[in-house]
Design a protein around this ligand. Structure first.
Ligand code: NAD
Ligand code: GLY
Length: 372
């Protein structure tokens, strides 16, 4: 590992009294106790993780918390989206009570976006809100889910339907944890990384084009670089528009998601992971941008080529739900404003905006053309 790749990098999320730091540092899990002792007042905490992540990183985190004087216990949940439920939240409330957590205590989420969203939701609601810390271990959670305070659980028929805005006290990112992340999950995270390049940062996009092999090989320096760039973009946008109000800047983070969420919902959350659906959704978003004459076809081709190059899908399969089903699924999304679909379109690599009132025929044409 080069000296540069071990240097801590800090990104600040400026939100007045809810401000916090995102620290990106290899092996920070072993120092988490020392770092958190300076930001978290109570020494009583509960670490929430899942059965894939807990055995790998739980003992190191527990040791570091213990050495810093924390009195902590560990709750290990089954992995997977099914844990993001009210039922599992209730189990966690019981664990909080059992661990003697009071209003000053702290929850620590060690895992991917599922653990982060669930733990954040429990922290937002237990005793009307306690402190929580994010220690994300998937690339997707490091660049997106752990930052910005969107927490929540799914209902049986509606993803992320119950939730709260509750900002973490700190986000500690250890890129070395990605060494054990399955390749499919790494690629899902890369879809979100590419999203940041398209929506805000042409230099980041070019970096991913030039370093895709290092990123896929989990080179720590390349990963730390893109994590920092994405975290900085998200921190800036969240600082400007914490609650995603009225199509404000936070809505830009939904690039590819109007199509992507419809793909996930219409395939029963079985066919594609979130990152894969967003990858196809981004290809459709740039196709729509060309269709509406905001984007040059050459830029669309660059985006689609990069998504394909990192091994993500760019088109729906012939067996996937038909256009009418997908269009109907998109109308049920949370992002529908006053009955009108909201899309993020690109005007170039690194420049995006929100549009509404796109004619149904144009949207359906894009769905039709986005199939193998
Ligand atoms: P995930 O949390 O399900 O993790 C994916 C898999 O990787 C799991 O099986 C997990 O056990 C495993 N894993 C995690 N870290 C590992 C590691 N270092 N080594 C080995 N295995 C590891 O999935 P995700 O993609 O991280 O998160 C998806 C969730 O995030 C969804 O529920 C989505 O709605 C949510 N999300 C939230 C936001 C937000 O702003 N709050 C943003 C994007 C996504
Ligand atoms: N993942 C989109 C957001 O946090 O707003």
């Amino acid at each position: 590992m080069s000296a540069e790749s071990t240097t801590p990098r800090t990104v600040h999320v400026a939100l007045n009294e809810r401000s916090y730091d995102i620290i990106i540092q290899p092996n920070i899990i072993a120092e988490a106790g020392r770092v958190l002792a300076a930001t978290v007042h109570s020494r009583r905490c509960l670490v929430v993780t899942d059965r894939n992540v807990g055995p790998k990183y739980g003992p190191r985190l527990a040791k570091s918390l213990q050495m810093a004087g924390f009195d902590g216990s560990l709750a290990e949940l089954p992995p997977g989206e099914a844990a993001k439920s009210l039922k599992v939240a209730e189990i966690l409330y019981d664990r909080c009570l059992g661990a003697g957590l009071d209003r000053g205590s702290c929850l620590i989420a060690l895992g991917g976006g599922v653990i982060g969203d669930l733990t954040g939701f429990v922290a937002a609601t237990y005793y009307r809100g306690i402190v929580f810390v994010q220690v994300p271990t998937t690339l997707l959670a490091m660049v997106d889910a752990a930052i910005g305070g969107k927490t929540g659980v799914d209902l049986p028929t509606a993803k992320n339907a119950v939730g709260a805005f509750h900002q973490p006290r700190a986000v500690l990112i250890d890129p070395l944890t990605l060494a054990t992340l399955p390749d499919r999950e790494l690629k899902a995270g890369l879809a979100e990384v590419i999203k940041y390049g398209v929506l805000d940062d042409a230099e980041l996009f070019a970096f991913i084009e030039q370093h895709s092999q290092q990123l896929l090989a989990k080179d720590t320096a390349a990963l730390a670089h893109v994590i920092e760039r994405c975290a900085a973009i998200k921190a800036r946008i969240v600082s400007q528009d914490e609650r995603e109000q009225g199509g404000g800047p936070r809505a830009l983070l939904n690039l590819g998601h109007t199509f992507g969420h419809a793909i996930e919902a219409a395939t029963g959350y079985q066919g594609y992971s979130h990152g894969e659906a967003v990858a196809i959704g981004m290809c459709m978003a740039v196709a729509l941008s060309v269709e509406l004459q905001w984007l040059a076809p050459a830029d669309r081709d660059r985006v689609v080529a990069l998504i394909a190059h990192v091994g993500l899908p760019t088109k729906l399969k012939p067996t996937d739900p038909d256009t009418n089903t997908l269009y109907a699924a998109s109308l049920k999304d949370k992002k529908v404003a006053a009955g009108s679909l909201r899309f993020v379109v690109a005007e170039g690599i690194g420049k995006t905006k929100v549009v509404t009132d796109v004619p149904e025929a144009v949207v359906k044409k894009v769905w039709d053309s986005g199939r193998e």
